[in-house]
Write a protein that binds this ligand. Structure first.
Ligand code: SAH
Ligand code: SF4
Ligand code: F3S
Length: 452
């Protein structure tokens, strides 16, 4: 039986992708249900949870440094505890388990990606017995859907439709730390979406490592288009999803960008490389030509659709010619946003055994050239909204200027606009306003509110 955490404060530090962010919301929900309350800083927290990511090496190193430095942070004034509880969860927790405690002995709890629901118990065990508590399961038996959530924003919700991944791209550690792909039932997803809509949520983002293969394990065939239609039918205003594997993006799903009113005109479609040789070595199971074919179909359905992507530079064996294939593909597609990553070797993945002898400076130079192109393109794509009046979802005030609204366009681009006179930001957070765009920069648009 889990005890109460009354009067304890907690703080969750989240790294990595939306899956982790969503898991953190579930953890917050569980801790709050037991009486703990959230604080902003580690200094103020009795319980500190790190939700970790190991998709690239930089994240690993950072976590070890951060947990090590926790030793020097004094307890907060008035805490009922004589020792702060430190827990590490997420993907490094899943991968390293007990080993983390060998390196970081002042760590109290390690839990895996399939063990969210056990965290409150692990915390109370630590409070009562002291010592180390580790729980890392190989796989989840079911979806942790019945856990409460405490969402970051009232107007937006992430809704996981699958967990895990079956694709085994050769560079990627995710399938090893998140397990095999598992889908939630359509009923379950519909109900959660309806609950959000009834509670006033404006935007739902469906989540999965590859949402396009949703349902294969449950129904023997992908049923993602059905999910999009049923979530649209709940009356949600804005619907998005991430991530899509190009090999599984169907014509049916593409066509929904032309017919579903809530589906926002933005798609994140990770290409990883524009070289067929490298795509094959990455085990991506599509060609550059197939990918460009998808882009063409998407633009036929909606010429304005905003595309974004992920690219890895410096995969083992990448030549200048391979890189130029990627560069030219980016040029041809015209993305609003590209997440560019330098290849990072992950032990245990097939690519870790491949010959990787391209000099660091050569890879850095390719990376820099690509980033420059991406910026030019983002600037050019944003010009398309100049002079238009668009619907934006207000997220809050700008961090730098309290009189500036910070919002998101349908294409998911940041929009700034001065707060109209006599209006308080709290009154319009989470609402959709019309803004006339009079400036288009590389990473944001700005304009004037024309109607509330
Ligand atoms: N499931 C999603 C995202 C996975 S991780 C997808 O398939 O698109 C997010 C991104 O991290 C990947 O798209 C990839 O570009 C990048 N990534 C994954 N492993 C990496 C590695 N070993 N080195 C560098 N980047 C990597
Ligand atoms: Fe990793 Fe590939 Fe799965 Fe994405 S699809 S999580 S890149 S293995
Ligand atoms: Fe990172 Fe785990 Fe997501 S490794 S990218 S947090 S699935």
């Amino acid at each position: 039986m889990t005890h109460t955490l009354n009067n304890l404060t907690y703080c969750i530090h989240t790294f990595g992708c939306q899956m982790n962010k969503h898991d953190s919301e579930r953890i917050a929900g569980m801790l709050e249900a037991l009486g703990a309350y959230a604080v902003e800083s580690i200094e103020e927290a009795d319980v500190v949870v790190f939700m970790t990511c190991c998709v690239r090496e930089a994240a690993d190193t950072r976590l070890y440094g951060q947990v090590a430095s926790m030793k020097n942070i004094p307890l907060r004034d008035g805490t009922p505890l004589n020792k702060r509880v430190i827990a590490v969860g997420g993907c490094i927790g899943q991968r390293d388990g007990d080993k983390l405690i060998e390196t970081l002995p002042h760590l109290d709890i390690v839990f895996g990606t399939h063990n969210l629901a056990s965290l409150p118990q692990l915390i109370t065990d630590t409070l009562e017995e002291g010592g180390h508590h580790v729980e890392v399961k190989e796989a989840s038996l079911s979806f942790p859907t019945d856990l409460p959530t405490s969402r970051e924003h009232e107007w937006a919700a992430w809704l996981p439709i699958t967990i895990g991944c079956n694709n085994f791209c050769t560079y990627c550690i995710v399938p090893y730390v998140r397990g095999r792909e598992k889908s939630r039932t359509i009923e379950d997803i519909k109900q959660e979406a309806q609950r959000y809509v009834d509670a006033g949520v404006k935007e739902i983002t469906l989540l999965g490592q590859n949402v396009n293969s949703y349902g294969r394990d449950l129904y023997g065939e992908p049923r993602f288009a059905d999910i999009l239609r049923s979530v649209n039918d709940t009356g949600i205003e804005r619907l998005r999803f991430a991530t899509s594997h190009p090999k599984d993006l169907t014509d049916e799903v593409i066509s929904l960008f032309g017919t579903l009113p809530s589906l926002m005109p933005a798609l994140h479609l990770p290409v990883q490389s524009g070289s067929n040789r490298i795509l094959d070595a990455m085990n991506r199971r599509y060609t550059k030509e197939h990918y460009l074919g998808l882009v063409k179909k998407l633009r036929q359905i909606n010429p304005e659709i905003a595309l974004s992507t992920d690219i890895i530079v410096g995969f083992p064996g990448e030549t200048e010619e391979d890189f130029m294939d990627t560069y030219n593909l980016v040029k041809e597609v015209g993305y609003t946003q590209v997440f560019t990553f330098i290849y990072s070797k992950r032990e245990g993945t097939p690519a870790a055994a491949m010959v990787d002898d391209t000099p660091r400076e050569v890879i850095q130079d390719r990376f820099d050239r690509l980033v420059e192109l991406v910026q030019e393109q983002a600037y050019r794509e944003n010009q398309k909204d100049l002079g238009k009046t668009i619907d934006v979802l207000v997220e809050g005030a700008s961090k730098r200027d309290a009189n500036l609204i910070c919002a998101k366009s349908p294409k998911n681009v940041t929009v700034h606009a001065p707060l109209p006179e006599g209006i308080a930001i709290e009154d319009i957070v989470g609402t959709i306003l019309k803004v006339h765009i009079d400036k288009a920069k590389t990473w944001y648009l700005s304009g004037q509110v024309v109607s509330l």
